[in-house]
Ligand binder design. Structure first.
Ligand SMILES: [Ca+2]
Ligand SMILES: [Ca+2]
Length: 410
């Protein structure tokens, strides 16, 4: 399985290299050409195609099959098309709800020293953080005041009032194209959103950046499934809504040229992208996992630390591709139905870093994404005997990160 993943990654690099030559339908859509890229196919959706245009934008298109798509869509517009690949199925890691004793509900916030940043009047104000994930319950009392409302849109009138291509995206948008038969919303997106910005005036969860604004951009269905194309559209939407930080608590994409190109576009726009390292207990330098292993300049990949400040047994790691650790065990946050729950996972650790980024960015709004990343990475706590198998060896400390950012951006 893992060997296959490496082969798949190698094959993908080969495919990408072949894209840089003279343009033809088989160079922009190599999977449809003579090149045997079966290792890349994964769970390809053979009648859906992710198209990257020369202006950098992405769309997801449907056609009967690849041949029909090449003939009727790609060839007539070849000048304008940069890259095409099959859409693919993704499955989000399931996180278990846990109960444990001997910890406080805000142990993670305390461990990263968030409280002393709040005491300086720094709350993440005016920083937008996109939650590209499952459904976010915008009616939850701790989340509702923190949603970045699209004021150009009139809700529930069936009209795309602001002309951005999405009807009624007042509280955010859903890009789920393969709905699940499960009517109960997954708790994952709401839990992630609460860690970032839950409003402590209205409940027991203390968001790391309690005055940041959340942009819900859903692509994961209630059963945890989603497609790569829908993820690309949700990421692109987040950028268009002015997100400074994008939280991506998911992974497992098999072959991901379109996703990598999307991440490249986000870097070009100066957006910080925070990615969960994954929960398979393995080294993603050796067994790459995407998007965690992209390692683009404005990306932070996050492992999960425990209450005793060690790496959790199930967290992925890697001295090259994983940058920092953050609390990811017994994490209390908001879930649908006006309630809270504890969850474990690197999916919980990533939003600690997204919240920390929003927090320090709000104190220095003129900072670049690279400066915010540098501040977070340079300020980690590394305790003897507690070195993490991550690039910085440490767990984030947002109080120290704020000091570093103030030195970088006086
Ligand atoms: Ca709209
Ligand atoms: Ca509307």
């Amino acid at each position: 399985m893992d060997v296959q993943k490496i082969l798949s990654a190698v094959a993908c690099i080969f495919v990408l290299a072949s894209c840089s030559n003279n343009k033809s339908s088989s160079s922009v859509f190599p999977e449809n050409g003579a090149l045997d890229s079966s290792a890349c196919m994964g769970q390809a959706i053979e009648n859906k195609f992710i198209v990257q245009w020369e202006d950098g934008k992405f769309t997801v298109e449907s056609a009967e099959n690849a041949d029909a798509f090449t003939k009727n869509f790609i060839e007539p517009q070849l000048e304008k098309i940069k890259f095409v690949e099959f859409d693919r199925q993704l499955q989000v890691d399931k996180t278990d709800e846990v109960r444990a004793s001997g910890f406080t509900d805000s142990w993670g916030q305390d461990k990263i020293s968030a409280r002393s940043v709040w005491a300086q009047g720094v709350y993440g104000q005016n920083i937008k953080v996109a939650v590209v994930d499952a459904y976010v319950d915008y009616t939850h009392p701790q989340l509702q005041p923190r949603i970045a409302i699209n004021t150009q849109e009139i809700p529930n009138n069936g009209i795309d009032d602001d002309g951005n291509g999405i009807v009624d995206d007042y509280y955010g948008a859903s890009f789920v194209s393969v709905p699940s038969s499960n009517p109960t919303p997954s708790a994952h997106g709401s839990h992630v959103a609460g860690i970032i910005a839950a409003d402590p005036r209205f409940g027991s969860v203390e968001g790391v950046a309690p005055q940041a604004q959340i942009i819900p951009a859903q692509f994961i269905a209630n059963d945890g499934g989603g497609s790569l194309g829908d993820a690309v559209l949700a990421l692109q939407y987040s950028a268009s809504r002015g997100a400074k930080v994008i939280n991506a608590s998911w992974g497992g994409a098999p072959c991901v040229a379109s996703l990598r190109n999307t991440f490249q576009e986000l870097q070009n726009k100066g957006i910080l992208v925070v990615v969960a390292a994954g929960n398979d207990g393995r080294d993603i330098d050796v067994y790459p996992e995407f998007p965690a292993s992209f390692n683009i300049g404005t990306q932070i990949t996050v492992a999960a630390s425990s209450m005793s400040d060690f790496m959790t047994s199930w967290s992925n790691s890697g001295f090259e591709f994983v940058h920092v650790a953050a609390p990811g065990e017994h994490i209390l946050s908001t879930v649908p139905g006006n309630t809270t729950a504890y969850m474990d996972g690197t999916s919980m650790a990533a939003p600690f870093v997204s919240g920390a980024a929003a927090l320090i960015w709000s104190a220095r709004p003129q900072a670049t994404a690279v400066q915010v990343k540098t501040a977070l990475l340079k300020s980690v706590d590394v305790s003897p005997g507690h070195e993490f198998k991550v690039n910085t060896r440490g767990r984030i400390n947002v109080e120290k990160a704020l000091q570093v950012l103030k030195q970088l951006v006086p």
